[in-house]
Every structure is written in C-alpha cells, then in structure tokens.
Design a protein around this ligand. Structure first.
Ligand code: MG
Length: 302
C-alpha cells in the first residue's frame, strides 16, 4: 500500500471509529432508532393552577388518580401555606418537586436594597424548600423589565458565579438546590439557553447550583435534544407547555412535539420532574388527561 493510500484509509477508519465512539454522534446520526435510555424516568409534576379543583386535598386526589406524583408550589405559597401543604402530603405518594420562584428583588440588581431583599427572601424560601424536601428553588437572574440591572458583561457574569456559589452552598446545607431557569429573549435576555445556564453551573462548581429547561422558552434552542444533552448532570427540572400558545400540551396540535427533547432526557438518564407550567384553552378535566396521554406516548416513542 502506498503511504498516501495508507494515510487516506487510516483517516477514514479513524473518523469512523471517532464517530462510533462518540455517544452524541451515534445518537444524533440514528436518533429515531437508538434508545439511549440510562434508566430515565418520566416523573410528571403539576403546579397549583394546573388542576381545576379548589382545595389542595382535591387537587392531590385528582393528581393521584392520573398517576401524577409531583407538585410544584410557588415560593410565596410555600411560605404562607407551609403547614397546609405539608399536612396534605402526609400519607400520599405525592412529593414536592421544585419551588417556582416567589422571592422579591433580584440577584443582579444594582440597587443594594433590592439585592438585599433578594438575598433575604430567597434564603427564606430555600429554608422552607429544604424542610419539605424539594428538588430546588427556581430563579431567573434578571427579567428584562428589572432595572437598574448590572450590565450584561464579563464582570456581571463573574459576580453572578460568585453570588451563586454562596447561595448554592447555603441551599446544599439545607438539603436542596437553586435552579437557574433560562427564558426567551423577550423575557430575559441575560439567560436564554440551557447550555449557557449549565456553563454557569459548571463555573460555580457547587452541587447546590443546577439548571433547568422549559419547553416553552426553548424556542431559543436550535435543538431540544442538544440542549438537554449539554446540561447533563446539571439538569434538575423541566417545565412543559404547549409550544404555540403556552397552554396545556396537546392544545396546539402538531406543534406539541417533545420527542426530540425527551430523547435528550433519556440519553442523560434524567429522573427529575417534567412539570406543567401552562394555561389552558379548553376544559381542564378533558385537556389534562389528553396532555398526559400525549406526553406518555411521546416519551415511549423517544
Ligand atoms: Mg418556566
């Protein structure tokens, strides 16, 4: 064999090996046929207003009848109704999933009082979240409308990483986490993509700082699959809604396709919650069972 031919064939073989040994390449190249299911589980969670019932007991009865065992309270409700939530959970299979925000102020505020308000109220919610064994407290670094905000530059990112380190260690000591939520550009230009949130978690380097993906905001992503793969061990929570109008999954017809994202969740062995954060166009008692059927079918397909 001529040297030139040897080099050529080695390169081809090498490239083949590299592709074959790369999990990402093998999953994306034959995604529809490959099930990289590392023990992933579809654990569904509802927020307070997902269900139409009035009392928590009625809501929890309904959720259990549907096989839904995660509950995501708002942070404000967690503080004001802690005993009620705790009592209603007793003797049930339902557990608290993440806590949806609820703090005042914001972490990137340029006003010391607003930053202090965030530090105080966020820690109160973290304390309660730990006591009720929640997976974490969801936070957004700064909504577009929150001003004055630190500028979107390297110094601010460094500041955020340092602040999150303190907050993450605090959460960890209380048995919970803080979960960064990327939104879309219309709501939070500072943090828009799951991979960026995951990179912040990596740089913070605390087991108390995690991130999440929200299928609604993931309109920012070029690939649901790649977004979840990029977050891997940092992915602590997922929000789901219909993909055209942010209503209940299935209400936007063919737009409501989560298979690519679910494939990503399966590939990383995701076992945390997929939690409904959405409105409803129709009758909740009909739409919710339809949504669950769609999601469970697509999870199987993924
Ligand atoms: Mg969300």
């Amino acid at each position: 064999m001529e040297r030139r031919d040897f080099i050529k064939s080695s390169l081809v073989a090498g490239a083949g090996l590299a592709v074959a040994s790369s999990p990402l390449a093998s999953m994306t190249s034959c995604a529809p046929c490959c099930k990289m299911d590392k023990g992933a589980q579809l654990n569904i969670s509802f927020q307070k207003y997902t269900t139409p019932q009035q009392t928590l007991a009625e809501k929890f009865d309904y959720m259990e009848s549907l096989g839904v065992f995660g509950y995501e309270p708002h942070g404000g409700d967690l503080l004001s109704q802690f005993n009620e939530i705790e009592q209603n959970l007793r003797g049930r299979n339902i557990k608290v999933s993440a806590i949806c925000a609820g703090f005042s102020g914001f972490i990137l505020s340029e006003e010391p009082e607003k930053k202090q308000l965030f530090d105080t109220t966020m820690r109160e919610i973290i304390d309660a979240a730990g006591q009720i064994h929640s997976t974490g407290v969801i936070m957004v670094p700064a909504f577009n409308g929150q001003v004055p905000c630190r500028p979107h530059n390297q110094q601010t990112r460094d500041f955020l990483v340092e602040e999150l380190k303190n907050l993450g260690e605090y959460a960890l000591q209380r048995g919970t986490t803080v979960i960064l939520e990327p939104l879309n550009r219309k709501e939070c230009f500072f943090l828009r993509q799951v991979a960026d949130a995951a990179a912040i978690c990596r740089d913070v380097n605390s087991d108390g700082v995690k991130c999440m993906g929200d299928f609604w905001h993931m309109q920012e992503e070029t690939s649901d699959f790649a977004a979840f793969i990029s977050a891997e061990k940092y992915l602590q929570h997922v929000h789901i809604a219909s993909r055209g109008t942010r209503n209940t999954p299935s209400e936007d017809g063919d737009l409501d396709n989560y298979v690519d994202g679910f494939r990503g969740l399966k590939a990383i062995g995701y076992k945390n919650y997929v939690s409904f954060e959405c409105g409803t166009k129709g009758d909740k008692l009909q739409v919710i069972p339809a949504a669950l059927e769609l999601i469970r079918k697509q999870w199987e397909e993924a």
